[in-house]
Design a binder for this molecule. Structure first.
Ligand SMILES: Cc1cc2nc3c(=O)[nH]c(=O)nc-3n(C[C@H](O)[C@H](O)[C@H](O)COP(=O)(O)OP(=O)(O)OC[C@H]3O[C@@H](n4cnc5c(N)ncnc54)[C@H](O)[C@@H]3O)c2cc1C
Length: 624
């Protein structure tokens, strides 16, 4: 097969590869997406859901930057919930259940509508590297295909081994081949690679579940969605269900422990601590009599259910026996057992913040290959790798998002300055500027920048301007309008907030934690005439205006802190800096600085084990 050279080749059509291909092609590069199976775009290897705590924020950021994950999620969701709504807005996190098959099909449809993007179904077996520059890929069928940059997003496929009890066999995912050759070649070229593992639960035939014994979990009445420009909102939703394990279930599972590849040492890779298998949970929390499980439908028109929380690599007969001891599952039949998969990843300290490798120019890594877990984490990296692969071949400075700009910035900075010792998953606690990185304002944080760069298109930018105008109009109105005691004291008393004895600005009342803007609108006719709560756009803008007023002082404080710390980000550390000579640094610090090679003083300050005193030493040495 003869291919014309491409600008960029993306290997793997997982969540990261799809975003990378879309971003690079939309920026104008000629892109080829090579993947093993063109029927599986952004396949959901595990749970049929997008978003969740901190992950939902990432999907909104991807959308704000002009990526596709938010739009695809909106079009294929079967249930939507805004998690943590009872907490402060920094914690609000959109999450949806997705129709797995539709999700994949919609991704394919979106990519096939994207200009500059070609597809080729094949297995990449190696890279073409000349000196320290990547020149393309080697494939099983198509031979050599040349390009100026390559994004590797192989997910869990590199030397993947699937484990179910004592059975183990090669595979990249259940029913799909593993990938060989790439790890071996890169190790030869000087890269370090290690093993990680992840797991997935049993899938159940819904016709055999007794739902009357489970607790129903409906979606929100108000579906917010992920995309800032997508007008599509589902009209009906499918429910999820809650079930519980019992001591009897745990006893049955324990019978299989001696065959467990995790406990008998056959699995060497480290698994995700925050997403443990059921056997892990039973072992670690042995005092707990029961664990909560979520029963999640895999689509609109299928009877397959995913049992969230029951991930396992125990023998399939043990999984089945234990499942049938859970209330509601007495007669359950399964479509497939849970399994664990072990795979190669490349410790991400080997990357620049652009996701380009330090060893080979033009070679980018994105997604699970960097030691992360999760569709959203993968998609966020893919988007950035696609953007930066485009920028590097056009001699443009890389786009690096800061920790105060985006969760994607936190994610990539954590990977590169701290590395991973287990599959990395995003949490809100990883971000120091949570009140800045809210799900509602990802467009304000990122869209203008993406528009200037050429990725976010005119419609998205205009939508942002429209929203910002409306929010400013609301804030001005609430700051200028006064309310009198007789208009509002009944509401204040009802909400156990002190009454007023003279007129006050509406915005001042909003500073009280007990008072919500929608209550004021419902109480004050001059506001309800002005702002129609049943209009979706107005409602979204009111919510953002309310957050900006209520949390203004916190927001300003975080901006100030981010601004102060950003000064450290501007102090560059020379790449050939000899840390050995700085004997006033602790030995540990020197070792870490040599290993992680931070590019700025800010990055150095976030490496664990590097103290503020070490940063001062470096700053003094650099003449600061
Ligand atoms: C069993 C299992 C359980 C999981 N459990 C969880 C979980 O509990 N929670 C969670 O958040 N995430 C989980 N994940 C992880 C989640 O699926 C991934 O984080 C996410 O899909 C990674 O996206 P990616 O784009 O990096 O790779 P993937 O989605 O894995 O996609 C990789 C793509 O690369 C292609 N490919 C690979 N090698 C080659 C090659 N040599 N040539 C051509 N194409 C190639 C594959 O065909 C595939 O399309 C699990 C994954 C698996 C497999």
């Amino acid at each position: 097969m003869i291919f014309e050279p491409y600008d960029i080749i993306v290997v793997g059509a997982g969540h990261s590869g799809c975003e990378a291909a879309a971003a690079a092609a939309n920026l104008g590069s000629r892109v080829l997406l090579v993947t093993m199976d063109l029927r599986l775009f952004a396949s959901m290897s595990c749970n049929p859901a997008m978003g969740g705590v901190a992950k939902g924020q990432i999907v909104r950021e991807i959308d704000a930057l002009g990526g596709y994950s938010g739009i695809v999620s909106d079009r294929t969701m079967i249930q939507f919930r805004m998690l943590n709504k009872s907490k402060g807005p920094a914690m609000w996190s959109p999450r949806c259940q997705s129709d797995k098959m539709m999700f994949s099909a919609e991704w394919r449809r979106m990519l096939e509508k994207t200009s500059n993007l070609d597809f080729w179904q094949d297995t990449v077996t190696g890279l073409i590297i000349e000196g320290d520059q990547v020149r393309g890929v080697r494939t099983l069928m198509g031979g050599d295909i040349h390009s100026k940059a390559v994004v590797l997003s192989n997910g869990t496929f590199l030397n993947g081994i699937i484990h179910i009890g004592e059975k183990h066999f090669s595979g990249g995912r259940m029913g799909e081949n593993a990938s060989y050759g790439i790890t071996e070649q890169l190790k030869e070229a000087g890269f370090e690679s290690k093993r990680l593992k992840t797991g997935t639960p049993v899938r159940i035939d819904g016709r055999t579940i007794d739902f009357s014994k489970l607790i129903e979990q409906k979606g929100d009445d108000d579906v917010v969605g992920f995309s800032y420009i997508e007008p599509f909102r589902i009209q009906k939703q499918r429910s999820c269900w809650i079930a519980h394990t019992s001591l009897k279930v745990h006893e049955t599972l324990r019978k299989g422990f001696k065959y467990s590849p995790m406990f008998n040492g056959r699995i060497q890779g480290v698994g995700p601590r925050y997403c443990p298998s059921i056997e892990d949970k039973i072992e670690r929390f042995s005092g707990k009599d029961s664990h909560q499980l979520f029963v999640e439908p895999e689509g609109w028109n299928v009877e397959e259910y995913y049992l969230n929380g029951f991930s396992s690599s125990l023998p399939d007969d043990i999984q089945y026996e234990a499942l049938r001891q859970i209330e509601g599952f007495e007669n359950a039949k399964i479509y497939r057992p849970g399994y664990a998969i072990e795979y190669d990843y490349f410790p991400p300290e080997q990357l620049h913040h652009s996701l380009e490798t330090r060893l080979v120019h033009g070679l980018f890594f994105a997604g699970q290959i960097n030691g992360t877990t999760g569709y959203e984490e993968a998609a966020g990296q893919g988007l950035m790798a696609g953007i930066n692969a485009h920028r590097v071949i056009h001699d443009l400075e890389p786009l690096v998002l800061s920790r105060s700009q985006a969760y994607i910035g936190v994610l990539i900075d954590d990977l590169i300055t701290k590395g991973v010792d287990e599959p990395y998953r995003m949490f809100t606690s990883r971000a120091e500027y949570r009140i800045l990185l809210r799900q509602d304002n990802a467009d304000s944080r990122l869209t203008a920048m993406s528009y200037e760069m050429g990725l976010a298109k005119e419609d998205r930018y205009q939508a942002l301007l429209r929203k910002q105008d409306k929010v400013s109009e609301i804030i001005n109105c609430l700051s200028e309008a006064y309310v009198h005691p007789e208009e509002v004291n009944t509401l204040l008393e009802r909400n156990q907030s002190s009454v007023i004895d003279q007129k006050v600005r509406v915005s001042n009342l909003l500073l009280r934690p007990q008072i919500a803007l929608n209550q004021l609108i419902e109480t004050l006719p001059f506001l309800s005439e002005k702002f129609n709560l049943s209009d979706r756009f107005t409602k979204e803008c009111l919510e953002e205006a309310e957050i900006q007023i209520k949390y203004e002082s916190y927001i300003n404080k975080e901006y100030e802190l981010a601004e102060k710390l950003s000064r450290l980000e501007n102090v560059k550390l020379p790449s050939d800096f000899d840390y050995h000579q700085l004997t006033s640094l602790s030995y540990e610090s020197r070792e870490k600085l040599i290993r992680y090679k931070p590019e700025t003083l800010g990055q150095a300050s976030r490496i664990s084990g590097i103290s503020p005193a070490d940063i001062s030493v470096l700053a003094i040495f650099l003449g600061r």
